[in-house]
Design a protein around this ligand. Structure first.
Ligand code: ZN
Length: 182
């Protein structure tokens, strides 16, 4: 294939790629009450324009330069997606019982182990001390039929909720073993 015939392929790559990378970002703006389709169209359009600009600029350049251009679009696009994604994901508070960053702000409840937070638990006055509450709830949550299966730090994530690396249980495997005997 001669270079003339390849032109439409390059044009398609340079324009379709940024559009398809940026278009889906519109959905991240939905919750802020901004029209999703409008944002998608704007971002996609901008991506297409930049792509077309790059295409025009690399038109007379070597295939190597064109490939570098395409790769740059890919890398930049993925970087933008990652930035938008991380900034839109809310950082949840760590559950003191199971150690996952999964405390629902509205419900004051853990999305993983369904424990309440100590703040709400205090209102019920079921426990005299926080330590007592922590121990009770953790024993309940980490209890296994076979104590050798007890894992405080695994799995690293459940349903998209990550374990807080700084979290430590106040109970140990022996406590769980004793608890299971009862
Ligand atoms: Zn929890």
């Amino acid at each position: 294939m001669n270079d003339k015939k390849k032109e439409p392929i390059w044009l398609a790559l340079f324009t379709v790629l940024p559009v398809s990378l940026l278009w889906p970002l519109g959905e991240y703006f939905e919750e802020q009450g901004i029209n999703q389709t409008l944002v998608s169209a704007l971002l996609g359009g901008l991506g297409g324009l930049i792509g077309f600009g790059l295409y025009s600029w690399t038109k007379s350049k070597s295939t190597k330069t064109k490939i570098i251009g395409i790769v740059s679009i890919l890398v930049l696009g993925i970087a933008i997606i990652r930035i938008v994604h991380t900034s839109s994901v809310e950082v949840l508070k760590t559950c003191e019982i199971c150690g996952y960053k999964a405390i629902d702000k509205q419900e004051n409840e853990c999305n993983v182990c369904a424990s309440n937070t100590w703040e709400t638990e205090q209102a019920d006055k079921l426990y005299d001390s926080k330590l007592e509450w922590l121990k009770d709830e953790q024993l309940f949550w980490f209890a296994e039929d076979d104590t050798s299966f007890v894992e405080f730090y695994e799995p690293n994530q459940i349903d998209g909720f990550f374990k807080d690396e700084n979290w430590r249980p106040i109970i140990n495997k022996i406590d769980v073993f004793e608890y299971n005997k009862e």
